[in-house]
Design a protein around this ligand. Structure first.
Ligand code: ZN
Length: 191
């Protein structure tokens, strides 16, 4: 049987995190270990989407995790733990994490995936010197930039305060001459 068929049977045709029955597919909890049932979880499209793009995390979607954390399948528990971690300071998520028990082996499995997935989800934004930029940083332009649609040139040396990162690591947003514009990170230097 394929892993998908095995998972469907194990999970009784339901998403193993939220019990949804639509658009189910296997999710590899530890990539690069081959197709093993032990390391796969059956997920619906919403859960897959939330997990691969943590920025879209919606707490309400995850209320079903209070059951998944007791799953008899390690991969489900590990994934539930990672999702709860991803919810950060949310007190409901913290409560559930407090109730979970992972032995040392599962704990390191869960944590290993955590750092890898968050690295993937948030590519670093770097300036012209390779310095990592964050939301709220102040940068200066290292070359004159024509601002399309705003009819002015942002001069080299212009300071841009309180930048905001975008979904694309090549660009940031900032305010120049009172206009909110998108700037190429490679043309900036952290102040
Ligand atoms: Zn789901």
């Amino acid at each position: 049987m394929s892993i998908e068929a095995d998972l469907l049977e194990r999970a009784s045709g339901r998403c193993e995190l939220c019990s949804a029955t639509t658009d189910l597919a296997p999710y590899d909890v530890t990539p690069n270990q081959g197709p093993s049932l032990d390391t796969h979880v059956l997920l619906c499209a919403t859960c897959r989407d939330h997990i691969t793009r943590p920025a879209t995390l919606d707490n309400k979607h995850w209320y079903g995790l209070n059951e998944s954390i007791w799953s008899e399948h390690n991969a489900v528990k590990v994934l539930a733990w990672r999702v709860l971690k991803g919810l950060g300071d949310n007190s409901w998520a913290q409560d559930l994490l407090g109730q979970m028990y992972l032995d040392d082996e599962l704990q390191s499995w869960a944590e290993a995936g955590l750092s890898r997935e968050s690295d993937e989800a948030k590519p670093q934004v770097v300036d012209s010197n390779g310095t990592v930029l964050h939301d709220g940083d102040t940068v200066t332009l290292i070359k004159d930039l024509d601002v399309k649609g705003a009819n002015f040139t942002a001069k080299r040396g212009t300071t841009v305060k309180n930048i905001v990162l975008t979904d694309d690591p090549k660009y940031i947003e900032g305010r120049v001459n009172g206009t909110r514009i998108v700037l190429v990170a490679a043309y900036l230097k952290k102040a």
